[in-house]
Design a protein around this ligand. Structure first.
Ligand code: GLU
Length: 464
């Protein structure tokens, strides 16, 4: 189904839980992509009816995560809590058209029936005698809930774009609550009313909501509204095949951001979790929009593979503009970072990094002040023999007029030959003296990036 204008309208409806779960973000991405693919619209609805959890902070986490991933939504953001009055109005309309009823069963009566079902070892199902009672029978002033008068005959069929045809016998549907006794709407009612009022044509969400879809459709049909098209996307599982949970590690989009993952890497990774286009691993946003179809999303759960995400991240780090990387990495290094130098160093730093923290660690040597703190391995390399070598190298480089990679390489190689040593033997103590570590970009890159004066000063400081 499409809206009157034929336009596809999707939505993303996260509940503020304090973080944006990557599985949810992927559902949001799919909703966003499908709408963009169809030339339609995609809307954002914050399901903030749980007043305790729905703090501004929890809502901002969602906004930040989506903005970081580059998922901008159309029109205004909807807040479910603003529409409670409208949800009640629809429940009253359902009461009036005979598809809902006031149920005056007390919590004690319900508990007794539940207990009886348990004793008789049969599944509990609401069988409320209030289902067929009318206004004349309503006890004045007593609390009640509003329940759906669920259809009992036939079956409800959903042609789900991802799951295929799924059918449920209507006798399995229960008379679930639409309005609680305090008059607040349930999630089940609110979602349906909001989707309808927002003009949503395609409900794309996690398959943990598939069972809800049958119940929600009963409300849609009771109101005579057009059925939305459903697409229930499988959840993400961990590498061990179990549903992704805290014990698998980071779950929130912001965790990945803090781990130094680039948004385009997470975007691509989530895109490829459950959807593919041949063997292709990387897609620009435009390509993803052009190629994505929700019907091509697989039915089986996908497994989250951190190594794969990291390797994609390495790829996107290599692709990223140097100035952008420098500005992302600078705050991770600390005070006194020269952005121009950091940018200049990126071409030699970025091929080695899997995330922004590794990039920062690799760049840190550029901004260290003298005397350099040595890590343990570097200190070990600078024993008496190492220091003596550094001293010889330094003496030679003091006489070097051209400070280019080629000139420095030629000079140090010649010296290695003269000493009958491999280049590595010279490079190791040099690296230790120049960077305070034993891992760094190529030693000649290091010399050029540090510049003549700083390089010689660092070498001299360690010369024996
Ligand atoms: N707020 C629900 C959730 O975060 C989604 C509801 C829906 O998509 O229909 O799981």
């Amino acid at each position: 189904m499409a809206s009157d204008s034929g336009k596809v309208v999707t939505r993303f409806a996260p509940s503020p839980t304090g973080f944006l779960h990557i599985g949810n973000a992927r559902t949001g991405l799919f909703s966003w992509l499908y709408a963009r693919h169809c030339g339609g619209e995609t809307l954002l609805r914050i399901e903030d009816t749980d007043k305790v959890r729905s703090t501004q902070e929890a809502i901002d986490v969602i906004f930040d995560g989506l903005a970081w991933l580059g998922l901008e939504f159309d029109g205004q953001t909807y807040f479910q809590s603003h529409f409670e009055g409208r949800h009640r109005e629809v429940a009253e309309e359902m009461l009036a058209n005979g598809s809902a009823y006031r149920c005056y069963l007390t919590p004690e009566e319900l508990a007794a029936r539940r207990e009886k079902a348990r004793e008789e070892r049969r599944p509990f199902r609401i069988e409320s005698e209030w289902r067929d009672r009318g206004e004349a029978d309503w006890p004045a002033g007593e609390p009640y809930v509003m329940r759906l008068k669920a259809p009992r005959e036939g079956e409800t069929v959903i042609e789900d774009l991802v799951q295929g045809r799924v059918a449920v016998k209507n006798e399995e549907l229960d008379d679930f609550v639409l309005l609680r006794s305090d008059g607040t709407p349930t999630y089940m009612l609110a979602v349906v009313v909001d989707d309808h009022d927002m003009g949503v044509t395609h409900v794309i969400r996690g398959d943990d909501h598939l069972n809800n879809a049958f119940r929600q459709l009963a409300i849609v049909r009771a109101m005579g509204w057009p059925d939305p098209v459903y697409a229930h996307v499988p959840l993400i599982h961990g590498a061990d095949g179990a549903k992704l949970s805290k014990r698998h590690g980071a779950l929130g989009v912001h965790d990945y951001r803090e781990m130094g993952i680039l948004p385009e890497a997470l975007f691509n990774y989530l895109l490829r979790l459950g959807w593919g286009h041949g063997d292709r691993e990387e897609f620009t946003r435009e390509e993803a929009i052009a190629l994505f179809d929700i019907a091509d999303v697989g039915k089986g759960p996908s497994r989250f593979d951190l190594k794969k995400l990291q390797s994609l991240n390495s790829h996107y780090i290599r692709e990223a503009a140097d100035a952008r990387l420098a500005s992302l990495v600078a705050p991770l290094i600390g005070e006194g970072v020269d952005l121009a130098l950091l940018t200049e160093a990126m071409p030699v730093l970025k091929p080695r990094a899997r995330d922004l923290h590794e990039l920062a660690a690799g760049a840190a040597f550029l901004f260290k002040s003298r005397p350099l703190a040595m890590d343990e391995k570097a200190a070990a390399l600078l024993d008496d023999a190492g220091k003596a070598l550094v001293s010889q190298i330094s003496a030679r480089l003091h006489g070097e007029s051209g400070w280019t990679i080629e000139a420095l390489e030629a000079s140090v190689k010649a010296m290695a030959e003269e000493l009958g040593l491999g280049l590595g033997k010279l490079a190791q103590p040099m690296r230790a003296a120049l960077t305070g570590t034993t891992t760094s970009p190529g030693i000649f890159d290091v010399l050029v990036l540090l510049g003549r004066e700083e390089s010689l000063a660092r070498l001299d400081a360690q010369a024996g």
